[in-house]
Design a binder for this molecule. Structure first.
Ligand code: PLP
Length: 390
């Protein structure tokens, strides 16, 4: 009667355990200021362009003429068109029918699995955003792991020995902060097309990309439209972690076993999802306006400046790390058990990060810091790092 695959899930202890240790420490040391650089939530509020648009939408909703009830499951045309226009910046041409507005990337990354057989093989990278793993364990799929380690720059490439039907790629990557170049993604796309595999491309951090060699979208690669689904989110791009909005792109040309995946996804969404609220979609539309882009880019610059402060401190201290350039995450080599390092930072300098072990076996001996804190706290945390005996 019960889906017993749930028994195969590891207890989700990572952030609970971090919370427990921080709480115990602050209770025992109430005079100490703890700086949190662990959970990937943002600290900057929604920008004015977004809140103005949402305020206007709320007022509209209070009028007979402007009230909106159930909306289209796939999202309002105004937002899908805004997303399609945004992709033109990357030279990508999308039909608005290929764009599905979501309440964030996490739900769609899990829900998309409705389209695939339970006996599909799955390839994820290790370390990995845990959602890719847990959602497949819930369905009982076999999971292969590709090592993302220092030797390959934390960017594994296709291997002929792995027989994967579904391939997850997160670029820029959470937790490593590494990002695939165009050439590397070309290899993945050609590999997926040659095997009839489907790439689930998570571009949640595309807005942090600086390097011209790093694509913002998998559809910048020719041939991706026949093998890839893309998931994006406004959570980190525009501070929508609590507001909830993202989008998923399923190209018309993506066909497997005679089925057009876009049609299957539309059928799935119209059956199981009732859309994102009108007010939130108006806020999301404003993210893509000229003023919205200016304001969110300012916020991203602020976080990237935090990342640069962390990186330059680690350069001086001789700590090896990856990330920070095209990503809000810094992934450092802590050269010891990652939970031991967590305790050391908490006890000695009161800085909280995320132990790499929580992201997979290759996360051991690594540690993730985020740049989503305030400038003041990031600066203070780095001053404290300088006093740490490593
Ligand atoms: N994908 C990655 C790689 C993430 O790190 C996150 C959030 O941390 C998400 C997706 C989920 O984003 P959302 O807030 O849109 O659900």
């Amino acid at each position: 009667m019960i889906n017993k695959n749930y028994a195969n899930l590891k207890e989700s202890y990572l952030f609970t355990e971090i919370g427990r240790r921080v709480k115990a420490y602050t209770q025992a040391n109430p005079d100490k200021k703890v700086i949190k650089m662990g959970i990937g939530d943002v600290t900057k509020p929604l920008c004015k362009a977004v809140t103005d648009a949402m305020n206007n939408a709320v007022i509209e909703m209070s009028t007979k003429e402007g009230f909106h009830g159930y909306g289209p499951e796939q999202g309002y045309d105004f937002l899908r068109n805004a997303v399609a226009d945004y992709y033109k910046n990357f030279g990508v041409s999308l039909k608005s029918d290929e764009i599905f507005i979501s309440d964030g990337a996490k739900s769609d990354l899990g829900n998309i699995l409705d389209l695939f057989d339970k006996d599909c093989n799955v390839l994820v990278q290790d370390p990995v955003y845990p959602v890719y793993v847990d959602t497949n364990i819930m369905d009982g799929r076999k999971i292969y792991y590709a090592d993302a380690v220092e030797k390959n720059g934390y960017l594994p490439m296709p291997s002929e020995t792995c027989d994967a039907d579904i391939i997850y790629i997160c670029s820029p990557n959470n937790p490593c902060g590494a990002a695939y170049t165009r050439d590397m993604l070309e290899e993945w796309v050609s590999y997926a097309n040659s095997r009839g595999a489907v790439i689930l491309f998570d571009s949640a951090y595309e807005a942090f990309i600086e390097d011209a060699q790093v694509p913002h979208s998998i559809y910048e690669i020719s041939g991706a439209e026949t093998c890839a689904i893309e998931f994006c989110s406004l959570s980190k791009t525009a501070g929508f972690t609590g507001t909830r909005c993202g989008y998923t792109i399923v190209p018309e040309a993506l066909v497997r076993d005679g089925f057009e995946l876009r049609k299957l996804w539309l059928r799935r969404q119209t059956t199981k999802f009732n859309g994102v609220s009108y007010v939130v979609q108006r806020g999301a539309e404003a993210v893509f306006s000229a003023e919205g882009q200016k304001q969110i880019k300012e916020q991203i610059r602020y976080y990237k400046n935090n990342a640069a402060i962390i990186a330059s401190t680690f350069d001086v201290l001789g700590i090896s790390y990856t990330g920070g350039v095209n990503s809000p995450y810094i992934w450092l080599d802590c050269k010891c058990d990652s939970w031991e390092f967590f305790d050391k930072l908490l006890n000695e300098i009161q800085v909280v990060g995320t132990p790499g072990a929580g992201f997979g076996k290759n996360g051991e001996h690594h540690f993730r810091l985020t740049s989503f804190s305030t400038l003041e706290n990031t600066t203070e945390a780095m001053e404290r790092f300088k006093k740490l005996k490593l």
